[in-house]
Design a protein around this ligand. Structure first.
Ligand code: URA
Length: 230
């Protein structure tokens, strides 16, 4: 999906959005945060990674994935010759830390998703990787869990979306979770390198290749590119 604006203009709009988010009080999470964790990386990235929400370290530093999950994410990126500073952008579904690292609530996700929608529109990545259930379900508009969703690339609004496990699951879980993530990042590498094109999705025919066009799902029709999420 190409946008008309130049990369410089999109980067500038992204900075303005981050500035706006830094004083956001639209949901209750704002009351407990130290910092808004808007996102980090290359504003013109080919790959955008979407996690769930900041934890303690992220809240303290104002940066996404700087704790143990982040170390594992960096390792997985490194294994496919990518680095978070370079052609990669990392964000989250919610930008403020849920208290005690609880799951984000639906009302918090709904309130925050405009920021994510704008990040996706401005960064305009070729590939989106969703880490875990929250971002995968939100962007693919499905109730299907990550274990079933992962393992394939979905054609998604003119780009690819690859859902995979959250790194925290690999840190908690068995070696097979990490191996599954490695396989998914292998797909990412293929697509970023242009070895797999949107005309050749790996999704099976019954998979939700694109979010279904439900009339009610286009909450903000003014956002032309993406009626992204419910
Ligand atoms: N887990 C997430 O989902 N996001 C972060 O930024 C850190 C941990």
């Amino acid at each position: 999906m190409t946008t008309q604006t130049s990369p410089e203009e999109r980067a500038s709009q992204l900075r303005a959005l981050a500035e706006q988010a830094s004083s956001c009080t639209q949901c209750g999470l704002s009351g407990g945060r130290t910092n808004v964790v808007f996102g980090y990386g290359d504003p013109d990235a080919d790959l955008m990674i979407v996690g769930e929400g900041p934890g303690q370290h992220e809240d303290e530093q104002g940066l996404p994935f700087v704790g143990r999950s982040g170390q594992l994410l960096d390792q997985l990126l490194g294994e496919i010759d990518l680095r978070r500073e370079d052609n990669v952008y990392i964000g989250n579904v919610v930008k403020c830390r849920p208290p005690g690292n609880r799951d984000p609530r639906q009302d918090e996700i709904d309130t925050c998703k405009d920021y994510l929608r704008e990040q996706l529109r401005l960064i305009d990545p070729k590939v989106v990787v969703t880490l875990g259930n929250f971002s995968s379900k939100l962007l693919l508009r499905t109730e299907t869990g990550i274990t079933k969703l992962r393992g394939r690339a979905y054609e998604w609004w003119g780009r690819f979306l690859i859902p995979t496990f959250h790194p925290a699951a690999a840190l908690r879980g068995s070696a097979s979770v990490l191996e599954a993530m490695r396989a998914d990042f292998g797909l990412v590498a293929d697509i970023v390198a242009g070895r797999l094109r949107p005309e050749e999705p790996t999704a099976s025919p019954d998979a939700p290749a694109e979010p279904p066009a439900e009339p009610n799902s286009f909450a903000e029709p003014a956002v032309d590119q993406l009626g992204l999420f419910r």
